[in-house]
Design a protein around this ligand. Sequence first.
Ligand SMILES: O=C[C@H](O)[C@H](O)COP(=O)(O)O
Ligand SMILES: C=C(OP(=O)(O)O)C(=O)O
Ligand SMILES: [Mn+2]
Length: 454
Amino acid sequence: MTTAAISPDPTLVAGLDAYRSLPIKQQPAWPDADAIDAVRAELATLPPLVFAGEVDMLRDRLAAAATGNAFVLQGGDCAETFAGATADQIRNRVKTILQMSVVLTYGAAMPVVKMGRMAGQFAKPRSSDFETREGVTLPAYRGDIVNGYPFTEESRAADPQRILRGYHMAASTLNLVRAFTQGGFADLREVHSWNKGFAKNPANARYEALAGEIDRAIRFMEAAGANFDELRAVEFYTGHEGLLLDYERPMTRVDSRTGLAYDTSSHFQWIGERTREIDGAHVDFFSRVRNPIGVKLGPSTTADDMERLVDRLDPEREPGRLTFITRMGAGKIRDALPALLEASKSLESTPVWVTDPMHGNGMTTANGYKSRRFDDVVDEVRGFFESHRAAGTFPGGLHVELTGDDVTECLGGSERIDEADLESRYESLCDPRLNHMQSLELAFLVAEELRAIS
Ligand SMILES: O=C[C@H](O)[C@H](O)COP(=O)(O)O
Ligand SMILES: C=C(OP(=O)(O)O)C(=O)O
Ligand SMILES: [Mn+2]
């Protein structure tokens, strides 16, 4: 039986553009208004990157995390780059997320909702609109979808053609992610092979031991007659900061099945700490799409801010619709988070509570690198679990900047990366990421925290 397509409601469509008359932050200064309009028009004709039905499925999965029945793992680069969209780098990131999720699933006996900060994480909010080097001031780098990283006038000028390139890079990244996660590579029976190719280190050895246990359990169950063919494919979702509305708006389409608007640039978008003002463009725009939406909450968030965000973004109080990603900083989380958790109890909303232990823990080293201490990351994660235990709320997920490569960007971990080591392999164009080993170490720690509450 076929169902007739629902035609778009003109009021809904007009509402999607309401943000254009609201205050908006962190957008590029496009030099040519006609050029950006032409790009928006072209983007609106290109196929969606995700299907609305998948978005609905993710909302259901997040509803399970909101109610204590699943855990969300979201990871990937701070800033994806066009040059970094290679098969090797994408595979290493996917493998790292799969490995972390095995550690969490096995440790906590709980389904893990897997999501990349991938296939669209190209736009960056910045503390300053400009960067000065040796007396020369140019526009700040805002991500590959806006301008180039090289410090020249030409490269730093915002170029709308980059939006179309960003779309195509997202499409090819997503295509490979889908191939890996649907085509047998992510089969749980391959649990050992995901560890291959990574340098030997203590976290890998611990992973290998766990993979051995999983293997034995699978062989036992297979011998007992279980059919594991369902393990061949895994659900893997994509998300990125919904920052550049000249990308998000043209990617938003009215679903012919339901007549509702979906931002088809990815399954999930989050609103950043710098763009979450209640009467601003971003909150208005994302209040009108059906995707599950995240909001970053920094240490200055008040209970009132949170309540107003719930009213705007989750008026129906629908589990899975809203995710709060807290990024307080290790020194502040134990003071800032408990009050929000308490206040949330009277809102009849069930947000997914996710910890981002990266963005509140930035520092600059004496030799000039943006970095983070692994110990601070761990401390914030512990503070997150402690606060939830005390409040009786569910710590529903982890959001981290990571790469599957052996970079040296964050300090510490059992490899004891120090300031001098940062010089050997610092590749991020924005914030420092956990490397493969630090990511696995963190997953083991989170699994222990989860086991303690289950
Ligand atoms: O990823 C987050 C932000 O874009 C980043 O932390 C901003 O960095 P900045 O302070 O160097 O602009
Ligand atoms: C910009 C980011 O974070 P926040 O909005 O929390 O600063 C980010 O996640 O890259
Ligand atoms: Mn970042």
